[in-house]
Design a binder for this molecule. Structure first.
Ligand SMILES: Nc1ncnc2c1ncn2[C@@H]1O[C@H](COP(=O)(O)OP(=O)(O)OP(=O)(O)O)[C@@H](O)[C@H]1O
Length: 905
């Protein structure tokens, strides 16, 4: 027993000594010896320059060379890294790891290209960690290694992977992404040996954070290098590079690698190794990925997407759309129609906390539909995604490859479906054929297709917010098509805008005008032409709507927009004509039933509600079929009828099939494809009751509201304490590599987000209350003024700035500054992200209030002692507090305080 104690004490002493050594930047004798051996092995066994280690024979020169290594154990890696990899079950190298690790470990610049899901992340993380370990890097040495990624979610994911690789190391690592508190990051960033960052936020710290030293950086990684090097990130990347030393190792990885000499020159690469692992492969996409496309009319797209979801209730699916606003609309609309599978959305307009929680939720679910923009297209490693559906055509073959790469990752299989408009078909298929992407044509099974349009019309007719979303979605979609540089694929003038508007439930088409630059004549002189869609006088309306942009991801989405806009401006084309099309006259004038009805319909056991809803609601067509399908969720692929042919091998047949599919998608009835099916007119019964109000969970199970509350446990009792404990834990763990408990962290993050959402809502409510009170007070003050006497405008002085701090990420304060010192009375200002709509109302109220009096002083503080003024004023209570004691209402107290103030002035 005594012996055991002695041993324990000895071990503890050993650990303490080791820790102290590391703190001083020194290593133990054992580590020193290991580092020396590793250096020796790396020198002696490095693969020849320009060689591809994949071609190296196993066993050849095994004594010294590690070029033929098949397992991590055979590589010259530190024991800490080997143990970490083993702990996380990484044993055998993937092809890209075999090809790139030997060169990267030898300290060379590498350009690695390999298919999606092939393990590129470890190919750059392992060399970084090893390099700093061998350099005996300490936190006093400043930043040693940097990984740049185009999106925040990808940065989070890489950071998690880094925690795995660095599990047993003693290196500090940090994550810098937009949407988080800069100040918090600034306090720590200078202590980080490694950083994973998005370009915008990194540059902000480089410019603004004192003591953030990047001059000693020895390794830089650009993940999704082609994206980071493209024009969307050009200025930011150049500014970042200007802060970094030219002498460094640089690693570039992507599934679609850049070969541009100009790009590579910007990075000052030294004799880089170009390792394109799958360059000779028959296809650039994973072998276990089945890919198909379907030609769909724009006016049928919503039906096809809805039908897909309804017939794949047990699948994990990502649906890609082109813009934030489309994602928001389709998500909100489908969510309200309750398809029977949980839905989530991911786009740059969401608050960062929401984005992160959606990311993790989608990782952990088995069956879920994620509707997303291209911020989810690159790099994200969601486990076991069954389907990738491209609802909108990708901008190029590279985007296609990255999007479909979210499924069939590593060893698993997956399926992908691309929806193409007839006008996109030829151009896009050609691009994909050039990129050697194998595609099969597929068409929807008409008997399984479910019309969602009537349901959308009914929803929009009673939900103004959703209608606004729909209008903005339509505008954003057309604008994105307009901005696409590849005009042979994307031609906004060929889109049936009015059919599309009708299909998303809009009773009329929003009026839009786009400015179009076209090259006039061989001289290349440009002129501006106005393309008008849907009528005159449209510009103001639509552009105003666009002005109300949500906070977008400052990284990826802005970069994409900049890229498209830039390309569009240099590739203008002539011949734009107003879009033609008959006016779709759809529902919307009649008042539909209670909103709960369509969702109630598909609930098992809610038959009565379902029947009445079916009769009453315009959602009939969609939900009738939805009911029929609710019972048999297993008919997954019945909706998709496969034509088992490679269309590139049989062009004529392909043509015929495509036309056939287009005819089916367009709803053509007879063989010659001319006569359109008549849609049964939906009758909406106005004013009838629709049953009890119900709450449903994501799976569609009915819950009573209290049970729902209890389930969510919003900050109540133990849950609140647990959340507080979790928060403390998160704060304690910080961002060190050694602290590796992903599940715990996910839970902590989820708890924190729930609590903060609740706090936000409470704060907003409080603010609205306060604003109302202010208005009242001003009204009273105005009345007093009429009776003679000056008036002061209310504000909350110090309290404002306190709230500002709490509410990181709000754009309210910016607006305040922009208004040239016109200080608002609190945080009712417009917020970024998904809460901005909530606060618009209070904004207006405030604005109105601000206009109340032109010469008024800016801020008044309640509770100030105004004895002098009181003395001058005669027998009134001295302060608002005194007034309260005297029993007057708050509004009266406020009015009184104002009066006192003005008298004092
Ligand atoms: N050697 C390995 N053994 C087992 N699993 C691995 C190995 N290397 C990578 N993986 C796993 O394979 C999956 C895909 O890896 P990773 O995300 O690095 O792919 P990628 O090539 O970067 O894909 P993308 O091009 O989409 O960014 C991850 O879940 C990763 O943990």
């Amino acid at each position: 027993m005594a012996g055991e104690e002695q041993q324990n004490t000895k071990r503890k002493k050993g650990h303490a000594q080791q820790h102290e050594l590391k703190r001083q930047g020194r290593r133990s004798y054992k580590e020193d010896r290991e580092i020396a051996e590793l250096e020796q092995r790396l020198r002696d066994g490095a693969p020849p320059r320009g060689s591809n280690p994949l071609a190296a024979q196993e066993g050849a020169g095994a004594t010294t060379s590690y070029a033929a290594a098949r397992t991590f154990d055979e590589l010259p890696l530190s024991q800490y890294t080997k143990d970490s990899l083993k702990k996380h079950k990484f044993v055998t190298l993937t092809a890209v790891q075999r090809a790139t690790l030997p060169h990267a470990l030898a300290g060379r610049d590498v350009l690695g290209a390999a298919k999606t899901g092939s393990g590129k992340t470890l190919s750059f993380l392992i060399p970084l960690v090893e390099k700093l370990y061998r350099a005996k890097w300490t936190r006093l040495d400043g930043l040693g290694a940097l990984v740049l990624t185009p999106t925040r979610e990808l940065a989070v994911q890489i950071f998690e992977e880094l925690r795995k690789v660095g599990h047993f190391h003693d290196l500090s690592a940090g994550l810098l992404i937009g949407g988080k508190a800069v100040a918090e990051e600034a306090a720590r960033v200078h202590r980080m040996a490694m950083l994973v960052a998005t370009p915008g936020r990194l540059l902000q710290h480089m410019d603004e954070t004192p003591g953030f030293d990047t001059g000693g950086l020895c390794a830089l990684v650009l993940d999704e290098a082609d994206r980071i090097l493209d024009m969307g990130f050009a200025a930011t990347l150049d500014a970042i590079l200007a802060h970094l030393p030219r002498e460094r190792q640089t690693l570039l990885f992507s599934a679609t690698q850049t070969k541009s000499v100009r790009d590579l020159a910007r990075l000052s690469l030294t004799d880089p190794e170009y390792l394109a692992v799958h360059a000779e492969a028959a296809t650039p996409t994973p072998l276990k990925l089945q890919q198909a496309y379907m030609v769909v009319e724009l006016g049928q797209k919503m039906d096809v997407m809805w039908s897909f979801i309804r017939t794949h209730l047990k699948a994990k699916t990502i649906i890609f759309l082109s813009t934030c606003k489309q994602v928001r609309f389709v998500f909100e609309a489908f969510r309200k129609l309750r398809p029977g599978v949980p839905l989530r959305c991911l786009h740059g307009g969401l608050k960062q906390a929401r984005r992160t929680s959606v990311f993790y939720e989608f990782c952990n679910e088995k069956a879920m539909v994620l509707i997303a923009t291209d911020i989810a297209a690159r790099g994200l490693d969601f486990p076991t995604v069954d389907w990738v559906v491209q609802g909108d055509c990708p901008e190029d073959a590279a985007t296609y490859i990255h999007r479909v790469g979210r499924t069939a990752r590593y060893m698993s299989s997956g399926r992908a479906l691309l929806l193409l408009l007839p006008s996109e078909r030829d151009g896009m298929l050609q691009l994909l054929a050039d990129a050697k992407v194998p595609l099969t044509q597929i068409r929807p099974n008409p008997s399984k297709q479910q019309a969602v349009t009537p349901a959308l019309q009914a929803l929009l007719s009673k939900d103004q917010e959703l209608k606004d979303f729909a209008q903005k979605a339509l505008t954003a979609y057309l604008r994105s098509v307009f901005l696409q540089p590849k005009k042979d694929v994307f031609d906004v003038t060929r889109l049936p805008v009015e059919d599309f508007a009708a299909s998303i439930g809009l009773a009329s088409t929003p009026k839009l005008r786009f400015l179009k630059r076209v090259k006039a004549g061989p001289g290349g002189k440009s002129r501006e032409e106005v393309v008008e869609v849907g009528g005159k006088g449209a510009l103001d309306e639509s552009e105003e709507a666009e002005g109300e942009e949500e906070e977008e991801d400052e990284e990826e989405e802005d970069a994409a927009a900049a890229r498209r806009a830039g390309a569009a401006s240099t590739s203008g084309r002539a011949g734009a004509t107003p879009a033609a099309g008959k006016k779709g006259k759809r529902a919307g004038s009649e008042e539909p039933e209670e909103e709960a009805a369509p969702s109630a319909k598909k609930q098992k056991g809610a038959d009565g509600a379902a029947k009445s809803a079916k009769k009453a609601n315009g959602a009939g067509a969609a939900t009738d079929k939805a009911d029929a399908h609710a019972a048999d969720d297993d008919d997954d692929d019945d909706f998709l009828v496969v034509k088992k042919r490679n269309v590139f091998a049989e062009p004529e047949e392909a043509e015929r099939l495509m036309e056939e599919a287009a005819a089916v998608a367009a709803g053509d009835d007879d063989e010659d494809g001319k006569k359109k099916k008549k849609k049964k007119k939906q009758k909406i019964k106005v004013g009838t009751a629709s049953g009890n109000r119900m709450v449903f969970d994501e799976e569609g199970n009915a819950l009573d509201p209290l049970a729902q509350l209890a389930k969510e446990g919003l900050g109540l009792g133990e849950q609140g304490e647990a959340a507080a404990a979790a928060e403390a834990l998160a704060a304690r763990e910080g961002v060190y590599v050694r602290a590796s408990r992903p599940e715990e962290r996910f839970r902590v993050a989820a708890d924190l987000m729930r609590r903060r959402d609740k706090e936000d809502r409470a704060r907003l409510k409080q603010l609205k209350k306060e604003i109302k009170l202010e208005k009242k007070a001003r009204a009273r003050a105005a009345a007093l003024e009429e009776q003679g006497g000056g008036v002061a405008v209310l504000g909350r002085g110090g309290q404002d700035s306190e709230d500002d701090d709490d509410d990181g990420g709000s754009t309210g304060s910016d607006e305040e500054e922009d208004d040239g010192g016109r200080r608002r009375g609190g945080r009712g200002g417009r917020r970024g992200g998904d809460s901005d709509d909530d606060s618009e109302g209070s904004d207006e109220e405030e604005d109105e209030a601000q206009r109340g009096g032109p010469k008024r002083p800016e801020v008044a503080h309640f509770g100030m002692a105004l004895k002098d003024a009181v003395a001058g004023a005669g027998a009134k209570p001295a302060t608002a507090g005194a007034a309260a004691k005297a029993g007057s209402s708050l509004a009266e107290q406020e009015a009184l305080a104002l009066r006192l103030l003005s008298m004092r002035r």
